[in-house]
Design a protein around this ligand. Structure first.
Ligand SMILES: Cc1cc2nc3c(=O)[nH]c(=O)nc-3n(C[C@H](O)[C@H](O)[C@H](O)COP(=O)(O)OP(=O)(O)OC[C@H]3O[C@@H](n4cnc5c(N)ncnc54)[C@H](O)[C@@H]3O)c2cc1C
Length: 285
């Protein structure tokens, strides 16, 4: 189908983008890579009267070293994330997971900020930023504010961004060399969406798990931290048996969706199996 008619602006600064959004209120919508929004426009599931294209705002693209953290611009594409040396060195989980998003064509256009702001529970990167304890940076009519990743995802396709706010960047704490990581994605075919995904981070010390973090994709309307797994893994032996035992509670408290690809019980089973695999790989055992 052909999208409904809309006006289009391509500002060069974040300030101009915020002003354009403020002028048109609910009738305006941001577009970044268009990989999620364009299909919605074509199906007429969304019909904004104004599209504010972030594609001309260079300050929103790229990765900056801030010492203890990396600042990743919201318009940084999945392709850039997969190939960025700073991300590879300090935040390899994000690069690995971004490499599983769709296909090369989508990864060249789709952006980190778009994936996060779209907040699809089947999207791979929301669970990753939750596991990384990242911080979202937003700018809107009321100025700048920061939102912890854990508080950012409010519901299905809904975030904590307020009216007229733009996600400008994602701040990610650097991980030391004692951290291992793995994103395990179970999908029907290569390059397809996750039926379930698991983002795991493990810090090892003297043969034990000093700290573990686990984020779950598509196990509810928002990405979930598997707190009971993290508690069970912390202090456990870094062995396959101990990590699989910790993974047994991965589905506790989750409300996975039912669709053509799997029933909730199937997804719960996947969550336990994939969490075990992800923890083992992250711990290097
Ligand atoms: C064929 C195909 C396969 C896909 N497979 C996967 C997959 O396996 N895994 C996966 O995770 N995703 C997948 N996707 C989804 C897609 O890759 C991401 O959702 C996409 O990259 C989002 O980024 P974007 O820049 O294209 O966002 P857009 O489509 O431009 O925008 C998406 C939404 O976010 C808003 N938005 C965008 N940027 C900002 C910002 N900076 N501030 C505020 N709001 C903003 C827009 O208003 C819109 O509501 C797939 C898409 C396609 C077309």
């Amino acid at each position: 189908m052909i999208p409904a008619k809309f006006d289009y602006v391509r500002p060069a600064t974040v300030e101009d983008a915020v002003s354009a959004l403020a002028e048109r209120g609910e009738d305006a919508k941001v577009i970044a890579g268009g990989q999620s929004l364009l299909p919605l426009l074509r199906l007429r599931l969304a019909y904004p009267e104004l599209l504010v294209d972030l594609g001309g705002i260079d300050e929103l693209s790229g990765v900056a070293d801030e010492g203890e953290q990396l600042l990743i611009g919201a318009r940084t594409t999945h392709y850039q994330i997969v190939h960025d040396p700073l991300i590879a060195q300090h935040c390899g989980l994000l690069a690995q997971a971004a490499g599983t998003v769709a296909d090369p064509a989508v990864r060249h256009r789709g952006t980190l900020g778009g994936s996060i702001a779209h907040a699809d529970p089947a999207g791979d990167l929301p669970a990753v930023v939750v596991a990384l304890d990242a911080t979202m940076l937003a700018r809107g009519p009321g100025g700048d504010r920061e939102i912890a990743a854990r508080d950012f995802f409010a519901d299905y396709l809904t975030t904590a961004l307020g009216p007229g706010e733009i996600l400008t960047g994602i701040r990610v704490p650097k991980l030391g060399s004692d951290w291992g990581y793995r994103y395990e994605k179970f999908h029907r075919t290569a390059q397809a969406w996750a039926i379930v995904g698991v983002a795991a981070l493990v810090r090892r010390s003297n043969g034990q798990v000093a700290e573990a973090r686990v984020g779950l994709t598509n196990m509810g309307s928002v990405p979930i931290r598997a707190a009971s797994v993290e508690e069970a893994a912390a202090g456990a032996q870094a062995s396959p048996a101990a990590l699989r035992a910790a993974a047994a509670s991965a589905a506790d408290g989750t409300q996975p969706p039912a669709d053509l690809h799997g029933a909730p019980d199937y997804r719960r089973h996947l969550a336990r199996v994939l969490t075990g695999r992800a923890l083992e790989a992250a711990a290097g055992v």
